[in-house]
Design a protein around this ligand. Structure first.
Ligand code: UD1
Length: 422
């Protein structure tokens, strides 16, 4: 298993080219199942989660032609509509193939994704919504088998909890349903808008994406299109927090107005961090000003609130700041696995239920630590960059799920970071 070694204590200076959004790319790749025509997607990040999705699609007879960050997909009818446990268990987003398969073929057997390191993560909302569209489900031996005679039926679906994945699964399914589907209490994340824009280019009729009420008028067929994935707002936010933790000036390239505005808003409490939109919104200049005392209360929330996917990185970036901050995790029940590792490095943290109190630590020191999930890994990278001495991060395969060329990007900004392959 690869490790990453970081010798901390240096500020960051340079440029970082932001990759395409992982969380947009995954549902967009799954949407290729909705048509037999070619879908060409560009700005796809090279990440292990993307490779997992491609493997799963290949097992369903999707022909894939991949060149660097561009992927062409042609989805021919598969011999079997089975998504095997070995392919689904690696990544929860694999479950996003359920809606498209049911919409196109009227049946599918998909392994349940199971729990994961950051909580239980059920799929009840996906199944209830598809049930409203006429699908009957059987759950046996860890697999969900869904079937419907004829086309899915448009329905009014009220999600009793906001879910990004359920909104995406239902949105994709509804594009080919008979009649109108209304998704109430839908997720408003930019990745939902990105998926909607692709589906519209494919011929779908969708209104209201980016709001809590999405209306989809089903069509009989979807067609070929080309689409460029939006920039990754979580990767962008992670590098902004690296600069907040370590100091320096970094220009993020390849972003867009929406990503810039979102980060400027959710990071505005970090008074000593300057974020400035440049180059017509395709760049974001990040500068750490003099260290000042900061005491914040941050609660993770669905978009446009503070993203749960930046919670761990925010925690580590605050470790050397004077003040007392409170970070509350409202989306996932067990997303504090990084706390113990940060304490081993000398962090002054106290967890109480879903709340963590961060106080200034006397000295943050390098240590051997272990990554436990994707965002916990990048939080450890930030802490290591800020710490005195050498940190070795184990299990970096978690990092490879969501950060394209992280070592290279940070190295170009002056970080002392290297991967040790084994
Ligand atoms: C997506 C993101 C993930 C992010 C999360 C929240 C992708 C590939 N992943 O995950 O990075 O952290 O949104 O922004 O886009 N829930 C249920 N029943 C369900 C579905 C969800 O109770 O059927 C609950 C979950 O347990 C969680 C909450 O709803 O507490 C939000 O989860 P959801 O938005 O579905 O997360 P994902 O789509 O899995």
């Amino acid at each position: 298993m690869d490790k990453i070694e970081i010798t901390g204590g240096k500020s960051l200076h340079g440029k970082i080219k932001i990759s395409g959004s992982k969380n947009s790319a995954l549902p967009i790749l799954a949407a290729s199942l909705l048509t037999q025509d070619k879908i060409s997607v560009s700005n796809v990040p090279n990440l292990s989660d993307i490779f997992s999705m491609l493997k799963l699609l290949e097992s369903l007879n999707v022909k894939i032609d991949k060149k660097k960050n561009r992927i062409d997909l042609i989805s021919s009818t598969p011999r079997s509509l089975l998504a095997h446990y070995n392919l689904v268990r690696k990544m929860r987003a694999s479950f996003l193939i359920l809606g498209p398969l049911l919409a196109r073929y009227g049946e599918a057997k998909v392994s349940l994704p199971g729990g994961c390191a950051i909580g239980n993560r059920p799929v009840n909302l996906h199944l209830e919504g598809l049930g409203r569209m006429g699908v009957t489900f059987k759950i046996e031996n860890g697999y969900v088998t869904g079937s419907i005679k004829g086309r899915l039926k448009g329905a009014k679906i009220n999600l009793n909890q906001i879910s990004v994945g359920a909104t995406e699964n239902l949105l994709m399914a509804a594009t080919l349903a008979e009649g109108t589907t209304i998704i109430n209490n839908a997720a408003k994340e930019p990745e939902i808008s990105d998926l909607s824009k692709l589906l519209i280019k494919m011929g779908a009729n969708i209104e209201g994406f980016g709001t809590k009420k999405i209306v989809i008028n089903g069509v009989e067929k979807l067609k070929s299109c080309s689409y460029k994935i939006m920039p990754d707002r979580i990767e962008s936010g992670t590098y902004a927090l690296c600069v907040f933790g370590c100091g320096g000036t970094v220009k993020l390239e390849n972003v867009n107005n929406e990503v810039c505005n979102h980060l400027i808003k959710v990071l505005k409490q970090l008074k000593s961090l300057q974020l400035k939109k440049i180059d017509n919104g395709t760049g974001l200049l990040i500068k750490k000003k003099k260290n000042i005392e900061i005491s914040l209360i941050v609660r993770t929330k669905e978009y446009p609130g503070f993203p749960t996917d930046l919670q761990a990185q925010l925690t580590s970036s605050l470790l050397k700041t004077k003040g007392r901050s409170e970070i509350v995790e409202n989306i996932f029940e067990n997303r504090f696995m990084h706390i113990g590792e940060l304490i081993r490095m000398g962090a002054n943290l106290k967890q109480n239920g879903s709340k963590v109190i961060v106080k200034n630590c006397k000295k943050l020191k390098g240590a051997e630590v272990m990554a436990t999930d994707l965002r916990a890994s990048s939080c450890l990278v930030i802490a290591a960059l800020m710490a005195h001495g050498k940190t070795t991060i184990n299990r970096v395969y978690h990092l490879d799920r969501g950060y394209e060329n992280l070592e290279k990007k940070l190295k170009l900004c002056g970080a002392q970071i290297k991967r040790v392959r084994s």
